[in-house]
Design a protein. Structure first.
Length: 216
């Protein structure tokens, strides 16, 4: 399945989620790319929308790639095999984590439009525009699980099979519209248009979406 853009992917994913009954659903989107998708799902399910902002831990000499991720509460998830291969020691990892957390806090300040949504007792649906290694999503799942949700669902438009299986060990349910069975994977390859989003575009989406959803 190919998607025109993130909005199209969000509508298709929302249609799939709309086929089921969810008890007290709440949508948590991972910015930036997960926000337009989360907005479509929140509208479809008449569910409140909030953000969860984990970030990958960049490999020092290849910052586009990561060796794990960290969530806003400091939950760290590491690709242990890769950490060994890279020869990263704990002090170096800790310094990278602290630097990434600074960016996480900046984004929280930039994006937060109101009081955070309490996931306790809810079915929470965590969304992004796709999974790569899946470690960023794992960090989000583990952080939100600490807050007592009824059920944790991961929903994405596309993912490699290995990442779906990785998340199935963490979440109660994983919904993915297109699962790639093998070969090199890139989220962007499943979209006709996949531009980098700015903070301003994210805020515009959030402003439009919160007009039709409530954090009740």
């Amino acid at each position: 399945m190919m998607f025109k853009d993130r909005k199209d992917a969000g509508k298709k994913l929302a249609d799939r989620l709309g086929q089921e009954q969810w008890e007290r659903p709440a949508v948590f989107a991972i910015p930036r790319g997960g926000v337009p998708i989360g907005c479509e799902i929140a509208r479809k399910l008449h569910a409140p929308l909030d953000l969860i902002i984990p970030r990958k831990l960049p490999i020092p000499y290849n910052p586009e790639a990561g060796f794990g991720a960290v969530a806003p509460d400091g939950t760290v998830v590491l690709n242990e095999e890769l950490v060994v291969q890279l020869g990263l020691e704990k002090p170096h990892i800790d310094s990278i984590v602290m630097a990434v957390l600074d960016e996480v806090q900046r984004r929280i300040r930039e994006y937060q439009l109101g009081p955070p949504l309490d996931p306790k007792g809810r079915t929470i649906i965590i969304v992004d525009d796709g999974l790569a290694s899946g470690y960023t999503m794992i960090a989000a799942v583990r952080a939100l699980k600490k807050k007592g949700p009824r059920k944790v669902v991961v929903a994405v438009p596309c993912s490699p099979r290995t990442s779906v299986e990785r998340l199935e060990e963490e979440a109660d349910e994983v919904i993915c519209l297109t699962v790639q069975e093998g070969g090199a994977f890139a989220v962007a390859s499943y979209y006709e248009k996949f531009p980098d989003l700015t903070d301003g575009e994210v805020l515009a989406d959030l402003g439009t979406c919160t007009l039709t959803t409530s954090k009740s």
